[in-house]
Design a protein around this ligand. Structure first.
Ligand SMILES: [Zn+2]
Length: 339
């Protein structure tokens, strides 16, 4: 009996391994590409990502297990446009026979505002450009597994409609920000595509990659923009150390409006566990923070005295205190009378 159970376990394990091996392995360099691929390819493929969620693809250092993954992959999906500079040597050294597809192929790419001639890789931030990714991924998956063409096509069509809805949503939401405050200040220059598409002026303290040191001139430039525009918030990014932006916010007495997902989606427990959620979450965070009034005109979170500028709020505070004192007195009187 025991032997029989062991035999069954052995065979079911073997079947499991074989069926996993049966599926073509699709290795995506970054998590948003991985998410697009699993939406379009579904269960017909074994979807893997190289840079883990929360990792920074600009400066990623591949591990030996990445080399094994690339070597055994059937398809490699990369962003290109200088996003993951390490991937080409990883592919070359692994000796992989995988097809390599650049998912930004065919889209009109921007060049960096900061570095002349450098391509800006962050095209997924503009949902209408995300459509190029979807189409390239669809075609690559069909090429790899033509027998699943019908499924892949219908998954793509559904997902594409969802992406178009997100595009409309962002466009509508950004218009809620007062026009003078449509300025997006972030750690690195990941939002040019987003800004162009949806009408935000972009300022970042680093260029389109995160490998360069922050220059004093960049900080002075951003400080000047904050002073002159009266923009109420700056934003940190989940994949980048927030120290510099926190300091800029503090020095200018404005708030950090939130943490944006730029070069990676979030994990399962985060507010942005998918590419579409990432775009929505970023937009909600940006719109909420930029729609508020400047710190000096509004509720002061850290209790500084702004010498009368926030007298409206002082009045509310005073009324609150008086009401509390009055209520306390009433309760005291009632208690006394009952005694
Ligand atoms: Zn980036």
């Amino acid at each position: 009996m025991k032997k029989l159970i062991l035999l069954i376990m052995f065979y079911s394990g073997l079947v499991g391994i074989l069926s996993a091996q049966d599926k073509p392995v699709v290795a995506s360099t970054a998590s948003m590409i991985w998410d697009m691929a699993r939406n379009i390819g579904g269960d017909h493929f074994d979807h893997r990502m190289i840079v883990p969620i929360g990792g920074d693809p600009h400066i990623y250092e591949p591990t030996p297990s990445d080399a094994r993954l690339v070597a055994n992959a059937d398809l490699i999906l990369k962003n290109g446009l200088t996003f993951e500079g390490w991937i080409n040597s990883l592919i070359k050294n692994s000796g992989t026979k995988a097809a390599v597809v650049t998912v930004t192929e065919g889209l009109p790419a921007l060049t960096s505002m900061t570095y002349k001639g450098a391509a800006d890789p962050h095209a997924w931030m503009d949902a209408s450009k995300g459509e190029f990714y979807l189409r390239n991924i669809r075609d690559a998956l069909i090429e790899l597994s033509p027998e699943h063409k019908a499924d892949i096509t219908s998954n793509y069509e559904k997902y594409s409609r969802e992406l178009a809805a997100v595009d409309e949503y962002i466009e509508k939401e950004v218009k809620k920000i007062p026009e003078a405050q449509r300025i997006l200040i972030t750690s690195h220059d990941a939002f040019q595509y987003y800004g162009r598409r949806y009408g935000l002026n972009l300022q970042a303290i680093q260029g389109v990659s995160t490998d360069a040191e922050v220059q004093t001139a960049d900080i002075l430039r951003v400080n000047k923009v904050i002073r002159e525009s009266g923009v109420p918030a700056v934003f940190v990014e989940t994949t980048i150390n927030p120290k510099m932006l926190n300091r800029i916010a503090k020095d200018n007495d404005i708030v950090v409006g939130g943490s944006l997902f730029s070069d990676s989606i979030g994990d399962e427990k985060s507010a942005a566990p998918t590419y579409l959620e990432m775009l929505r979450y970023n937009t909600n965070t940006i719109v909420a923070a930029l729609s508020r009034k400047k710190t000096s005109d509004s509720a002061d979170a850290d209790g500084h005295d702004h010498g009368g500028k926030n007298s409206g709020n002082s009045n509310y505070l005073m009324i609150g205190i008086l009401a509390a004192v009055f209520l306390g007195g009433m309760l005291f009187m009632i208690k006394k009378m009952n005694n």
